[in-house]
Design a protein around this ligand. Structure first.
Ligand code: PEP
Ligand code: MN
Length: 350
């Protein structure tokens, strides 16, 4: 690791005073920019540990005074904001479940009007960039001075290797829309398990994220929440040491520029091939029109999709990518043919 990224670390939840302070002390050497700990925990189902509540604010104050770290916690209601601001918490974040609800976000934004401590907005649980942007805009409208975004992945129903699918394109698009926004990645909630934290953190660095939020616990196996994804301070140090923060300038080197022009040529060929392909689709469309045939012949389409995906996979393209690609091509073909079939046939009207 050539330089340390902006770092927020600490337990998922402040469970007891002892566990909070022990975890903070274990991080002292690493000296993260902020110590995190949830005291109001949004649990998906009732009956689980819902956080220490206001009592936990006192423990965070001890982390400030006894360990010397700045502290951050999650707020979900205006009363949380009020209590946290009164306690002198240094930074607050809006959780993923809260970001999904514009009413809650608006209430929170109003309770934060004009604050100058940093506020971080986690992405909503569903992959909706506009909802994420909307929450940030609501904060801006209430004159919150320092806002950053945390990418913590998106829920999917299917079981995947991630707890929350990263959908990297979404934070990239967010950065494109709001280039000045500080973007932080939360590999703990994306990964959901320790084995893949490094890989996610490295990817975030390669995508030029500004910082990382990683959950640490004095004794991860015994954590009351998110036990599978928390690591010790020592494990976090090792993770950070292995992290490569690449120099983004080096991409301009001659060798890479050569490959870039090769990519441009290949992209041109792809465009040309698609153009040829759509011309053939149009010819078939004209034929269907003449013979009064329907656009979609589904058995034939399913068979050709299956064959194409198999061929693509032999060529080392992923199943997901090739399926999406051929479905898109097919969609465009259908569009072209429907336009032809529905066009007014002038000579018939003459
Ligand atoms: C958390 O940070 O512990 C948390 C509850 O996160 P999220 O809102 O991303 O689920
Ligand atoms: Mn957590």
């Amino acid at each position: 690791m050539n330089q340390k990224p902006f770092l927020i670390s600490g337990p998922c939840s402040a469970e007891t005073e002892q566990q909070t302070l022990d975890t903070a002390r274990s991080l002292r050497l690493l000296n993260p920019d902020y110590f995190r700990a949830g005291i109001w925990k949004p649990r998906t189902r009732p009956g689980e540990f819902e956080g220490a509540g206001k009592e936990g604010l006192k423990w965070l104050n001890k982390v400030q005074s006894e360990v010397g770290l700045k502290v951050a916690t999650e707020v979900a209601k205006p009363e949380h904001v009020e209590a946290a601001l009164n306690a002198g918490i240094d930074m607050l974040w809006i959780g993923a479940r809260t970001t999904t609800n514009p009413f809650s976000v608006q209430e929170l934004a109003e309770s934060l009007t004009g604050v100058d401590i940093p506020i971080m907005v986690k992405n909503p649980v569903n992959p909706d960039l506009k909802l994420w942007i909307g929450a940030i805009e609501r904060m801006k409208k209430c004159n919150v001075r320092s806002i950053s975004a945390i990418h913590r992945g998106f829920s999917v129903y299917e079981k995947t290797r991630f707890r929350n699918n990263p959908n990297w394109q979404i934070p990239i698009d967010l950065k494109h829309e709001m280039p000045d926004l500080q973007l932080i990645c939360d590999p703990s909630h994306i990964g959901g398990r320790t084995a893949i934290l490094f890989e996610i953190a490295q990817k975030a660095m390669d995508l030029k994220f500004d910082g990382l939020m990683l959950e640490t616990h004095i004794s991860p196996k015994e954590a009351w929440t998110d036990a599978k994804q928390q690591i010790t301070a020592a494990e976090l140090i090792e993770l950070l040491q292995n992290l490569k923060i690449r120099n983004h300038q080096e991409i301009e080197e001659a060798e890479i520029i050569g490959f870039r022009s090769l990519l441009t040529e290949l992209d041109d060929s792809i465009i040309q091939l698609l153009h040829e392909r759509m011309k053939v689709s149009a010819t078939i469309g004209n034929y269907k029109k003449e013979h009064n045939l329907a656009v979609l012949q589904s058995s034939q389409w399913e068979e050709s999709l299956r064959k194409n995906v198999n061929k693509a996979m032999i060529a080392e393209l992923s199943e997901e990518f090739s399926t999406t690609l051929f479905k898109l091509i097919h969609q465009e073909s259908i569009h072209i043919q429907s336009t032809i079939l529905n066009s007014v046939n002038h000579h018939e009207n003459d």
